[in-house]
Design a binder for this molecule. Structure first.
Ligand code: NAP
Ligand code: ZN
Length: 349
């Protein structure tokens, strides 16, 4: 298959700084769309993967799965995109298309293994996929999203992963009027979860380890915000919440939060702490509670989320950086020093 060399930013090994490199993108196939990239958000998953936190990272790695750009070429059979359109790519760029999960539109659980936008075996071109810290992206139009004309396009890029990752469980566990929803951890995912849960009509209680974020969570729209290290404040929420979206990226005690659930409630983990988490039997047995998880969302639901956020004027609180500032940004993300998402302006690459 013919390929084109393009500029990208990535790393050849864990703990080495990211640097400019050349990668190859396949030439546009009949069903493919080529996008010139404008912005790419920085997700904590990018950080986990470049550090090889879960093992199995394929180097060299080019991260980035919150991708927004403009269509520059389309294959002969492409129906839904034309040159010049705004377009976006999230975490999923391929799947088998015929298993029960793909047929149901939950490609993230594809029986044959979904292809992620980076660090996945590339079933079309061979090798592995490279993400959005790059000049272009090429993939089948089935996995390309129609990007609504957000006024601040850069700030909308984080919706492509952070947005769908919280939208999907908020919808699945039925956030809405009469529901009291907890949001645990106010980073990229957590701050969007506040905005989306409020737009769905739920009552939102935030739990944060950062004193400075207590007031900020209210500014972002939360009804109540609790410093989770304050046991007196925490005790007030015992058995009060219908469910909790847990976005914490590191090891933490989920038992504390199981105890804040009403009967039949669930702590829904979307964060990916590399370490095992322990659940005490009584915390789930009593009250028929559950500890569950959720992984991004399918393509149809991602489009629905983009349209919902456009309608409700929801974007991420973003700090726009150049590609040259990316290593510094990862250092700050690791320390929790970001309000609340870095977004790379790819004109700098
Ligand atoms: P982020 O911006 O770094 O936010 C994570 C937040 O977790 C922090 O802001 C902090 O919030 C809290 N936190 C961090 N370390 C903690 C600790 N040791 N104890 C308690 N709280 C801690 O990260 P993100 O981009 O939102 O991603 C969050 C997690 O979700 C990552 O693990 C990421 O890989 C994962 N993720 C999963 C999916 C999925 O599909 N399931 C998709 C995207 C990302 P406070 O300061 O408020 O306490
Ligand atoms: Zn992500």
């Amino acid at each position: 298959m013919n390929t084109t060399p393009i500029k990208a930013f990535g790393t050849y090994s864990a703990n080495e700084p990211l640097q400019e490199m050349t990668i190859n993108r396949r030439e546009v196939q009949a069903h493919d769309v080529e996008i010139e990239l404008l912005y790419c958000g920085i997700c904590h998953s990018d950080l986990h993967q470049i550090k090889d936190d879960f093992g199995g990272t394929m180097f060299p790695i080019v991260p980035g799965h919150e991708i927004v750009g403009r269509v520059t070429a389309v294959g002969n059979h492409v129906k839904n995109f034309k040159v010049g359109d705004l377009a976006a790519v999230g975490c999923i760029v391929d799947s088998c298309g015929h298993c029960e999960y793909c047929e149901e539109g939950i490609e993230q659980f594809c029986d044959e293994g979904v292809t992620y936008s980076f660090n996945s075996p590339d079933k079309v071109s061979g090798g592995h996929t490279f993400g959005g810290f790059s000049k272009t992206y090429v993939c089948n139009e089935k996995y390309v999203l129609q990007m609504p004309a957000f006024e601040n396009l850069a700030a909308a890029a984080p919706l492509l992963c952070a947005g769908i990752t919280v939208y999907s469980p908020l919808k699945h566990w039925q956030a809405g009027p009469g529901k009291k929803v907890g949001i645990l951890g106010i980073g990229g995912l957590g701050h969007l979860a506040i905005k989306i849960a409020k737009a769905m009509g739920a009552e939102v209680v935030v739990f944060t380890t950062s004193p400075a974020k207590v007031a900020d969570a209210i500014r972002l729209g939360a009804d109540e915000a609790v410093l989770s290290t304050d046991s007196e404040q925490m005790a007030k929420y015992s058995r009060k919440l219908h469910f909790i979206i847990d976005t914490v990226s590191a090891k933490h005690d989920v038992n504390t939060y199981l105890n804040l659930l009403r009967h039949d409630g669930s702590v829904v983990l979307v964060g990916l702490p590399p370490e095992m988490l322990e659940v005490h039997a009584f915390n789930v047995v009593m009250g028929r509670r559950s500890f569950s998880g959720s992984n991004i969302g399918g393509i149809t639901e991602t489009q629905e989320m983009l349209d919902f956020c456009f309608e409700h004027n929801i974007t991420a609180e973003s700090e726009i950086i150049t590609i040259q500032e990316v290593n510094k940004a990862f250092e700050r993300l690791e320390k929790g020093d970001v309000k609340y998402r870095f977004v790379i302006d790819l004109a700098s690459l």
